[in-house]
Design a protein around this ligand. Structure first.
Ligand code: MD3
Ligand code: FE
Length: 200
């Protein structure tokens, strides 16, 4: 990795411009079959980040809580995870097991993501891999419990993060996305892909 912050490995610009373009083309096909939606938080407020998933499971939230679901809210299966995305996982995850879920987060219009842990998965021995595409985002890394000092880093299009071992359960969030810092996505905004092993 180019840098490691609190155990989070940052691979800057791992994807070059043609690789980013190819991945966005693959994601357009995913979104055509499994459209983006705004999940309702358990508190009854819709999330500003729009989402969909690929893989055996998709991440979902409603008044009943956060969980993984085997189908899109429309009833269709989640599309398969694109090969271009699986290649990134194979290159950086350090595991031969394939991810069960590729969560697609689409940030527009000032959307952000509050500090949280990723803990809906069965086995924290597997890492989480994240791919940033489009506008730059200010990513904040905290601690294993809520609160305390944090560190921030700007994520740029093509950057890949790996959260494993001591970093797997750290609190993290996206404070803001800087508009017009990338021309990758027509209409701007930021896509983040989060790859996870869900089942035991
Ligand atoms: C650190 N997504 O979907 S990616 C999420 O940019 C999520 O959309 C953010 O947090 C985004 O859950 C942040 C970076 C990231 C992803 C997962 C992590 C950092 C992480 C899991 C553990 C520790
Ligand atoms: Fe997260």
């Amino acid at each position: 990795p180019d840098l490691t912050i609190r155990g989070v490995k940052v691979f800057e610009g791992l994807l070059d411009a043609p690789a980013q373009e190819a991945m966005v083309a693959d994601l357009r096909k995913v979104v055509a079959r499994a459209p983006l939606f705004s999940p309702m938080t358990p508190y009854g407020k819709p999330m500003r980040v729009r989402m969909t998933s690929a893989g055996r499971y998709g991440w979902f939230s409603d008044r009943k809580g956060y969980r993984y679901e085997p189908r899109h809210p429309s009833g269709v299966d989640w599309p398969p995870i694109p090969e271009s995305v699986l290649r990134v996982w194979a290159a950086v995850s350090g595991t031969h097991r394939e991810p069960d879920c590729c969560l697609v987060n689409y940030y527009t219009d000032g959307a952000k993501m509050g500090m949280h842990q990723d803990k809906d998965e069965a086995d924290f021995g597997y890492p989480v891999v994240s791919v940033s595409l489009g506008d730059e985002a200010l990513f904040r890394i905290g601690n294993l419990t809520r609160g305390g000092k944090t560190e921030s880093v700007w994520l740029r299009s093509g950057d890949v993060l790996v959260m494993g071992d001591e970093a797997r359960l750290v609190y993290h969030g996206i404070d803001r996305v800087k508009p017009d810092t990338s021309t990758l996505l027509d209409g701007g905004g930021r896509i983040n892909l989060t790859l996870r092993v869900v089942d035991p």
